[in-house]
Each structure stands twice: as structure tokens, then as C-alpha cells.
Design a protein around this ligand. Structure first.
Ligand code: ADP
Length: 252
């Protein structure tokens, strides 16, 4: 089954910026798929179109067969989003954050209760359940954001730059949680500009630059296609900055 199918998707913002210039993508169910590209490439715009937060100006996108525009509610229910910014309600406890999210997605009380227990356990948050979100450490806040995205049992999880600006320990910790979620069957779409993160986590990657998908493949297929030893060198080639390759820096 195709988790996310995108065909010729375009987005031109009012004012004329062509953020997406005809995107084609196919993400199979169960995949840990990475969208790798520099700032301004169009990653957030693509996610916004999939989530119904931006209206595409051309083409189409389907989530598990549901059109993101005409069948918006079903498409949206199949997705859990962990946004770039930590957008927790500071006045809710951890448990309430999960519960309200479940309620918003129409889950019944009993079902919410069971799911909350599962998620608190899975994300090692059980002893913080009554803690107000604003009092949590940065790492815990990020875990709550992930748990909340999974609350309504979405089949696909979208992670928008989940480790931007976090320290090494937290990044590695979040990677473990993400891998576990994927192993348990949730399809993941991850956007990142960290090459190491894409290489570590993703079975398939799409390189995006200036609103276009430049190339898709496994990390090793991409290296082969560009005849490069590292994914970083592939990336630099794609963004037109091969002069920054590390073997050249050594001789600088
Ligand atoms: P990324 O997430 O890869 O950094 P974005 O999707 O945020 O890229 O941005 C793609 C392009 O669209 C950029 O040129 C950006 O300035 C522009 N853009 C993003 N959001 C808006 C908006 N709401 N209105 C106008 N232009 C936007």
C-alpha cells in the first residue's frame, strides 16, 4: 500500500514564490522516508500541503488513498504531525495534552485512557504524567510532542526537523524512539537538513532543492548514482556546493 502518493504537486504563494514546482513522491507503507534538503527547499510547504495547512496550487497528494484536499478529514486522521516548534499548551499536564488531542480526533474516553497509558510507558513519561508541560525538560517536551502525534494511532507520522537545535544526547535518544515507532509499523516521513540523521534513520530518501525532487533512492543508491563516497558529498553536489566537500577542505 502507498502511504503517501504525491503527483505533480505545486505551491505558489501569494506574492509569487514558487515553493513547490511539481513534486512527485511515493512512500510505501512501513517505510522510514527522509526528505533531505537545505533551508528554503520547500520541505515545510510540502508538509503543510499534506496536512491541509496550505492549499496546493496544482497537482495532488493522497494519504493512504485519501486526497488531502477533497478527502481532507480522512487524510488528516491518518497522519500524526510532530511539528518543528514545540507547540505544547504550557498549562496542560502531560496526560491532559494527550487526552485533549485524542478528544479532538474523536476518540472515546476509554480508548483515550488506554492509549495514554501505552504512550506514557513507551516514551518513559509515566512519572511525569501530572507535570505541567512548561516545567518539563527540553527532552521531555520533545517526547510529549512525539507521543501526542501518535495519540490517535495514525498510520503515518510526519516529523518536521525533529532534532533541530537539540544536543547530541537528546538527538540520539529521539532517534531511538523514532526507530522503535517505525519498527512497530508506523510509516515515517522525516524532514531534515542533517545528513547524518537521514543516513542513520531512513531506508529511502528524496533529495529536494528549490521546490523540486532532484533524486530518490536508498542512501547507497544515491551515493552510487552520483559516484560519491558520502551522502554529504551527494548533498553538496545537489545543492551546487561541491567545493565544500571535506576532502577539499583538508587540502585548503
Ligand atoms: P524549507 O522547509 O525546506 O526550509 P519552506 O517550505 O519553508 O522550505 O520554503 C520554501 C520557499 O517558500 C522559501 O522560498 C520560502 O521563503 C517560501 N515560503 C514559505 N512559506 C511561505 C509563506 N507562507 N508565504 C510566502 N512564501 C513562503
Amino acid at each position: 500500500m502507498i502511504a503517501l502518493g504525491v503527483n505533480g504537486l505545486k505551491k505558489t504563494y501569494d506574492g509569487g514564490t514558487e515553493a513547490l514546482k511539481g513534486i512527485d513522491l511515493e512512500i510505501p507503507e512501513g517505510s522510514f522516508f527522509g526528505l533531505l534538503g537545505p533551508n528554503g527547499a520547500g520541505k515545510s510547504t510540502l508538509i503543510h500541503c499534506i496536512m491541509g495547512l496550505a492549499i496546493p496550487t496544482g497537482g495532488k497528494a493522497e494519504v493512504f488513498g485519501h486526497d488531502v484536499v477533497t478527502d481532507y478529514q480522512k487524510a488528516r486522521a491518518a497522519i500524526g504531525l510532530a511539528p518543528q516548534e514545540i507547540n505544547l499548551d504550557w498549562f496542560l499536564t502531560v496526560e491532559e495534552s494527550l487526552d485533549f488531542h485524542g478528544g479532538y480526533y474523536g476518540m472515546r474516553k476509554k480508548e483515550r485512557k488506554e492509549r495514554i497509558e501505552e504512550l506514557l510507558e513507551a516514551f518513559s513519561l509515566t512519572d511525569k504524567r501530572k507535570e505541567s508541560s512548561r516545567l518539563l525538560s527540553g527532552g521531555m517536551k520533545r517526547r510529549v510532542v512525539l507521543a501526542r502525534a501518535l495519540m490517535h494511532r495514525p498510520k503515518m507520522l510526519i516529523l518536521d526537523e525533529p532534532t533541530a537545535g537539540v544536543d547530541v544526547e537528546l538527538r540520539l535518544e529521539l532517534w531511538q524512539y523514532m526507530k522503535k515507532v517505525n519498527k512497530e509499523g508506523t510509516t515515517i516521513l522525516l524532514t531534515t537538513h542533517y545528513i547524518e540523521e537521514a543516513e542513520e534513520l531512513c531506508d529511502n530518501l528524496a533529495l529536494i532543492n528549490k521546490g523540486k525532487i532532484v533524486k530518490t533512492g536508498t542512501p547507497s543508491e544515491l551515493k552510487e548514482a552520483y559516484k560519491k563516497k558520502t551522502l554529504e558529498d551527494v548533498y553538496l553536489k545537489v545543492v551546487g556546493r561541491s567545493e565544500l566537500a571535506r576532502d577539499k577542505l583538508k587540502n585548503a
